[in-house]
Design a protein around this ligand. Sequence first.
Ligand SMILES: [Ca+2]
Length: 516
Amino acid sequence: MIRRLFAGMLVASIPLFAHASLAAAPPVDCTTLVALTIPEVTINAATSVAAGGFTPPGSQTAMTLPPFCRVEATARPTSDSEIKFEVWIPSSEVWNGKFQGVGNGGYMGSISYAAMATAMRRGYATASTDTGHTGDDVIFGQGHPEKVIDFGHRAIHVMTTSAKLVIRNATGRFAERSYFVGCSSGGHQALSEAQRYPDDYDGIVAGAPANDRIRQTFGFLGSWLATHAADGSPLLTQPTLALLTKSAVAACDANDGLKDGLIDDPRRCTFNPATLACPAGTDDASCLTPVQVTAAQRMYEGTKSPRTGRPIYTGWPRGSESFGESAIQGWRQYITDAREPSRVGVFKYFLFHNPSLDFRTIDFDRDLAYAEQQIPHLAAVDTNLAPFKRRGGKLLVYTGWADPVVPPQTAVAYYEGVMKTMGGLAATQDFFRLFMAPGMGHCSGGPGPNQFDAVAALEQWVEKGTAPTQLVATRSSAGKVERSRPLCAYPKVARYKGAGSIDEAANFACVAPPAK
Ligand SMILES: [Ca+2]
């Protein structure tokens, strides 16, 4: 009786997709995995970690994790490669039978321990890589073109195929499903996987994808030049940026028929910073000088060829200038506070091999053409996702309409490009859905609802065939949810039904957007 009761509790506690009893072989002792002979991969360590027994390198605090097998490895697909990665396999009672690869942020060469922990707490076996270098500086590419390719796409692929084998050998079977989850550079990695390695993952979440990385580097350059005086001093400081956001929101909040402090779709917002021009004789933070007006206008308009006016990279949206005090809550971190154009090292170390390159000599036509020819591996802009669709893959992209780092219009442009290539909206929505979040910043944060469970929505789509029509997002303040809203599958938008609280998602419907 006691035994039966215990067995019942055990079944009830196993996650839906755990089939430990179906395993072809019992799990092996973790430490024996060090003997694996995966080509081009060295297993450096395989360690059994007790519950609560893991403190990430560089941290002082132990993570709350289930017991797991930690495998540390290095992949060297080329003689110049040094791709470190880790694979974590939770104990068989906890494992949900699935694998989740996780992405990185910025040019960050480090294992994403926090993201691995999030995945494993949900029952996933997981993997992360340092993308083949250490640190967030792009100088790693100096004299190491193969390391640039590792960063561009190869490290994630090698990590993925190796992790699948490690899991197979650790548990006696392959994972039933494989997912990739990333934001920012992780979103770039996610789209790169769907485009370049369609067999790697069944489901992919790409947040704020920085996938048009070559043009984004030209966009950072153009935006820096637009917002700095000839001597390098910034033209737009925090009070001016905050004034721009406040004024843009005031001008465009009601465009969607609902005054809720949010610009629903900044493409429909035509707020002109010239309306804030200082009266003659005034020059303070309550208004904009002529050079400030021009700087803000150029940020919105985006980077164009000075010679032909041809658009090179989209501008940043109205509402993204400064919606909070910290540098990442606006243009400061990557543009206005930067002492030189962000990622200028891409030109110096990846492209022109000239550490003393003067960025003011960069040509927006010829040098862009050269870059797109020389370092195509640094971008993931292929709109042909037919192989990924054919194998049954599902792709969920989300991005914030107030993202001050990766302009959200780039995600829309990519989606519309895929629609064109794949035969329209319905043929695209079969396997790829885009969710735009009004008032959300870069990957999270911002005045709009910005917390939602994209992974759960993707699981339902991949495993049950239930395609997400909306994601319910929340915004919390001091740990308390103050607003919830649906994020709608593009091109639909959330509209207030006209009754009930505007802070409750249930009082909104996803509807077709108004005609342009
Ligand atoms: Ca509004």
